[in-house]
Design a protein around this ligand. Sequence first.
Ligand SMILES: Cc1cc2nc3c(=O)[nH]c(=O)nc-3n(C[C@H](O)[C@H](O)[C@H](O)COP(=O)(O)OP(=O)(O)OC[C@H]3O[C@@H](n4cnc5c(N)ncnc54)[C@H](O)[C@@H]3O)c2cc1C
Length: 459
Amino acid sequence: MYPIDALVRDLGEVPSTTDPAIIKRKSRDHFVISPLLRSALSGNLADIVVSPRTKTEVSLSVAAAVRHRIPITPRGGGTANYGQSVPLHGGVLHDMIDYNRVISIGDGVIRAEAGANMAIMDAQARKAGWELRLHPSTIATSTIAGFIAGGSGGLGSAMYGMLRDRGNISALEVMSAEEQPRLIEMTGDDLELVHHAYGANAIITEVAMPLAPAWSWRECIVAFADFASALRFGERLVRETGIVKKVSSVHEWPIPKLMRELRDVVPEGRSMVICLIAQPCFASFQSMVHEFSGDIVADNGTGENPFGAPLFEFVYGHGLRQLQKTNSAYTGLQGMFRGAELFGSIERVRSAVSRDEPMRLEIFWSEGEIVAMGSPLISYRDAAQMAEMVALIQASGGVVANSHATGVHEVGIKRITTRDVDFKREMDPFGLLNPGKLNLDGVKTSTLQTAGWKFRARA
Ligand SMILES: Cc1cc2nc3c(=O)[nH]c(=O)nc-3n(C[C@H](O)[C@H](O)[C@H](O)COP(=O)(O)OP(=O)(O)OC[C@H]3O[C@@H](n4cnc5c(N)ncnc54)[C@H](O)[C@@H]3O)c2cc1C
């Protein structure tokens, strides 16, 4: 359908392959985590995988694809969980992982090429006394541009807020999809245009991220007699700004029992909070645990726990992955509860579901406010059951992002304004970037509909 032979001739020295096995592997991300996306997205394949190694090669391959009007889907580590990097209209899978140098570290900022692996960036920053402020639980395989274009926050959000919060990205260099690609350096509120846009309005070529001092981290599990105490503690831990932490993740019993590696760690009937605490704050943390009548049932240095994975691989999307080892039908929703009604709305949801649907929530900052993100654990039956849970959370005072849809509008994490429409047209005049993901008409095609997350409007 597309003139792939002509494209390959124009690519010259830029590596590419049409090997069906590689195309199949690279045309997938982690959408299988969603029962609704599992069947909807399988079968979408690129026609060719192109792997630029330098900015010149990125530019050359983009120019060649645009010249032949072939769609371009950028890909980093391929860990996205909504099918963000699945090519819906074939074409070029633009694999960025060989374009991956760390360019500079200093003055509290790290700058790297788009395909830089986040764990390598963190390790290099630590050698200079710094560490990444924010990273997803998929840090081991994620690229920095994939995180900016596909992610929303994660480890560190309990201290610094979400990626979209001002100050959490320092700068981006992006490339247009034109026959003569242009490079633009973006800062300030303009960063919002590209963040969480799934590479559908620009190709990120370089990323500058703010750093924090490198801490020694203690990985802890705190057990509580009941969910309400665990939730109060988890929220207070985030509010306690002097205690440096990476995560505060609240899991109602029987979730500890349903995570194979933790089932003998947390006593029967008790809910748990998973926390990563900076070593110098540990004594104050212990005092807080005592005040809330909790028990620290696991406490290990980074990389020293006996659970087969760092504790941050038991929270956010990884928490669900751990639970799916026990029952592949488990799923959840990205509900968000905030403000004065945070506890009230969570309790309303809890009182309406059965005790077989225990709550999982991460607590962190967003726009200067504490929020709890998560939902009851759902044993998936059908789309109608999911729609009922969406309705329950929304009626209880929460908002829901659609983690079972693949378009930017449907997912509902990125706010789309007329500036986004203008930017998309300017940077991608032929509509070739990741087509099908950022539909400017706003039409929603997902079988599950949610109202999306709400954020304060910016002028
Ligand atoms: C188990 C699990 C846990 C997760 N935990 C978290 C979490 O804690 N926090 C979080 O935010 N997310 C999380 N995610 C989602 C995902 O892992 C992250 O967002 C991750 O950072 C994506 O990086 P990646 O390199 O794998 O991107 P990819 O999956 O390769 O791509 C993600 C998106 O970015 C686009 N993209 C990639 N490179 C570029 C580029 N150079 N220019 C423009 N667009 C580009 C792709 O087209 C795609 O739309 C999780 C996913 C799973 C499966």
